[in-house]
Design a binder for this molecule. Structure first.
Ligand SMILES: Cc1cc2nc3c(=O)[nH]c(=O)nc-3n(C[C@H](O)[C@H](O)[C@H](O)COP(=O)(O)O)c2cc1C
Length: 149
């Protein structure tokens, strides 16, 4: 199964989680491309069996600046053959906790993608329970691709 894990991270939390999830998926024999959102072409996502988007939230509940172009392009892509999941660390200390996760979840659904796991929001640094939720998200993505193996 070929998975794109695309993430954005300013202070490193989401980068750390993305690397953890990529390693977990690879251990389970998935082929994983780990990329930053700013380097990801939304129009090439249909070549993957599944995509995972990971983002923090910025500017009072907004998508991070460097993820805006990618987010806007989702309006013009057709992901009708693509499974997806969304996660991200943000902070309950700010308003609209993790709302960029919600925006990406809605945008990928609107692009006809098939959401295969509930979106996961993490408050700041992940604890053991958060890592468990991250692995569970990964398991759901892998399960959705079983017919491709
Ligand atoms: C200026 C600023 C604005 C932020 N705004 C929000 C916000 O509106 N909602 C939210 O849930 N988190 C917000 N955060 C928290 C970040 O999303 C959180 O620190 C996240 O873990 C950073 O992830 P990273 O380490 O991958 O960059 C904000 C952080 C900063 C510095």
């Amino acid at each position: 199964m070929k998975i794109l894990l695309t993430y954005t991270s300013m202070t490193g939390r989401n980068e750390k989680i993305a690397k953890y999830l990529a390693d977990y998926l690879k251990e389970k024999q998935a082929e994983v491309d780990l990329k930053q959102i700013i380097e990801t072409d939304a129009f090439e996502m249909d070549q993957y069996d599944a995509i995972i988007v990971e983002t923090y939230t910025y500017h009072d509940g907004d998508v991070p600046d460097e993820a805006e172009d990618f987010y806007d392009d989702l309006k013009d892509v057709d992901l009708s053959r693509t499974k997806f999941a969304v996660l991200g660390s943000s902070s309950k200390g700010h308003i609209h906790f993790g709302r960029a996760v919600d925006y990406f979840t809605m945008a990928l659904n609107s692009a006809n993608g098939e959401q295969v796991a509930d979106s996961v929001k993490i408050d700041q640094d992940p604890d053991d329970d958060d890592f468990k939720r991250v692995r569970e998200l990964g398991d759901r993505v892998l399960k959705s691709g079983e017919k491709f193996d």
